[in-house]
Design a protein around this ligand. Structure first.
Ligand SMILES: [Ca+2]
Length: 487
């Protein structure tokens, strides 16, 4: 019997997290999970020259910074579904955005707040949820004020709501607090305002009076993965970094309140982005710029400052926090507890491959693709290849995409990179060591045929092992009909 078949037989029984109800009454640690919306590694602690993020950087300095942290999908709902279930989108069922009525989480998947609540935790989510059905989740407090959090980006009001939840609890009662900021997502109360005709919505640089001094466009260095520079690109990214500044101010305010109550030092704190920035080759792609995220973990205590290179994923958050709460992170988790990596001891054996996917996003955006990387190489499998153009459309493109269309870049290598966004080949292969921005597709090169085959085989094994419904042509067709429908 194949190894993955053995696991398949075990996993359905294990959906329920076993034997947690009878855990002994012990003092459990407080847990804080901070989620940023559409943020890649654009932080000072990851070496970004534009970011002014002292508060978030401090979490890295006190804890463990994972340089190779990934989400399962670069779309809000599928990614958040994975954070809260420890499963890939094709397993938890929400393979695209949840607000259009076609994508919902399966009833029988494990849910992190529900499991922590069984252990005696008070649970709260302050800010963006973006999953369906909301009734599956057992939060004591859910605060999602659209105007305050999305339109006004009032990060200070969000911190206030978070501490109100803490102050309402009994002393010594452990809490699981999720603060889910909307920055630096596009939009806000300037809804409808964009960067020009047929262009994307603006990033909200200034909201609720913050930040007081955003970096001017002239001082912005464009994201390296875009490969282009222009005044319009700088203007757009200055707006993005203004929203990042505000996010950091919010995290600082939250931390200050927790410190005031003596609740910061002994808490477990995780900081992640739900996927990379909403620019071309970012959100909705499976490039590194889409799926690689800031991933910080602070464990109780002071001044750790570890930096790890292991491949870690948001599917590891569930087992990590169960491990933090119970001292145990047994199967049936897809991911692994990260606590063994948050130590100065030599690293244990770790995973060799990292997987991510994109199935769909909003209406009409069904274009399934999968990615697998090892220490050095990355393969992308675009299931439809050039049978269908990538249906994301110009509204999803940034000023760099428009810049690449100008005559100046005719017949250049960078134009081909942007062309590949709309017309991807079936298979892409990149050498991340020599080509970290994934510009030079090696899939057709004879020298790399063995690497390509090995990664494709790992990818197929993983899809089978994780029961990907899209392996079944009838299911694929059903999802295609759902995903290509327009509202
Ligand atoms: Ca998002």
């Amino acid at each position: 019997m194949k190894w993955w078949l053995v696991l398949l037989l075990v996993i359905p029984i294990g959906w329920k997290v076993a034997q947690l109800n009878d855990a002994p009454a012990v003092q459990r640690p407080n847990i804080i999970l901070v989620i940023a919306d559409d943020l890649g590694q654009q932080l000072g602690t990851y070496g970004d020259p534009n970011a002014r993020t002292p508060n978030i950087d401090k979490i890295a300095a006190e804890g463990t910074q994972f340089n190779a942290g990934y989400v399962t999908a670069a779309s809000c709902s599928p990614s958040r579904g994975s954070i809260f279930t420890g499963l890939y989108p094709h397993q938890h069922g929400m393979m695209g955005l949840s607000q259009f009525g076609t994508q919902r989480m399966l009833d029988n998947v494990p849910k992190l707040p529900n499991e922590l609540k069984k252990l005696g935790y008070r649970t709260a989510i302050i800010g963006k949820r973006h999953y369906e059905p909301e009734s599956l989740f057992d939060w004591d407090v859910e605060e999602e004020d659209y105007e305050e959090m999305f339109s006004d980006r009032n990060v200070l009001a969000m911190s206030k709501r978070a501490v109100d939840f803490i102050d309402d609890g009994d002393e010594g009662e452990p809490f699981f607090l999720v603060v889910s900021y909307v920055d630096p997502h596009r939009g806000g109360s300037d809804d409808g305002v964009n960067y020009g005709r047929n262009r994307n919505t603006k990033f909200p640089k200034l909201k609720s009076g913050l930040p007081e001094n955003a970096t001017p466009p002239s001082q912005i260095e464009p994201f390296p993965f875009l490969g282009l520079d222009s005044p319009a690109i700088r203007e757009e990214l200055a707006d993005f970094y203004g929203a990042v500044d505000r996010l950091d101010i919010g995290v600082g305010a939250l931390r200050a309140e927790l410190e005031k109550r003596g609740l910061w030092e002994d808490a477990y704190v995780i900081f992640v982005g739900d996927h990379g920035p909403d620019v071309t080759r970012g959100k909705m792609a499976v490039y590194e710029s889409a799926t690689r995220i800031p991933f910080l973990l602070k464990t109780p205590g002071k001044n750790q400052g570890f930096v790890r290179e292991e491949l870690v994923s948001t599917i590891d958050i569930f087992p990590t926090l169960m491990d933090a709460a119970t001292g145990n992170a047994r199967q049936p988790y897809q991911g692994r507890s990260l606590l063994p990596l948050a130590k100065s001891a030599p690293p244990p054996t770790w995973r060799r491959y990292m997987f991510s996917e994109y199935i769909t996003h909003g209406p009409g955006q069904f274009y399934p693709r999968y990615a697998v990387r090892d220490e050095r190489y990355k393969l992308i499998y675009n299931v439809l290849g050039r049978k269908a153009a990538n249906p994301l459309g110009p509204r999803n493109y940034c000023n760099a995409w428009w810049e690449a269309q100008t005559d100046k870049y005719k017949d250049t290598a960078i134009r081909r990179v942007y062309f590949r966004v709309e017309h991807p080949p079936r298979v892409e292969l990149y050498d991340l060591e020599n080509d970290p921005h994934e510009w030079n597709n090696l899939a057709g090169a004879a020298d790399f045929a063995a690497t390509k085959d090995r990664l494709m085989s790992a990818l197929q094994d993983w899809r089978q092992y994780t029961n990907d419904p899209l392996l079944d042509p009838a299911e694929f067709q059903r999802e295609a009909v759902k995903g290509l429908a327009h509202d």
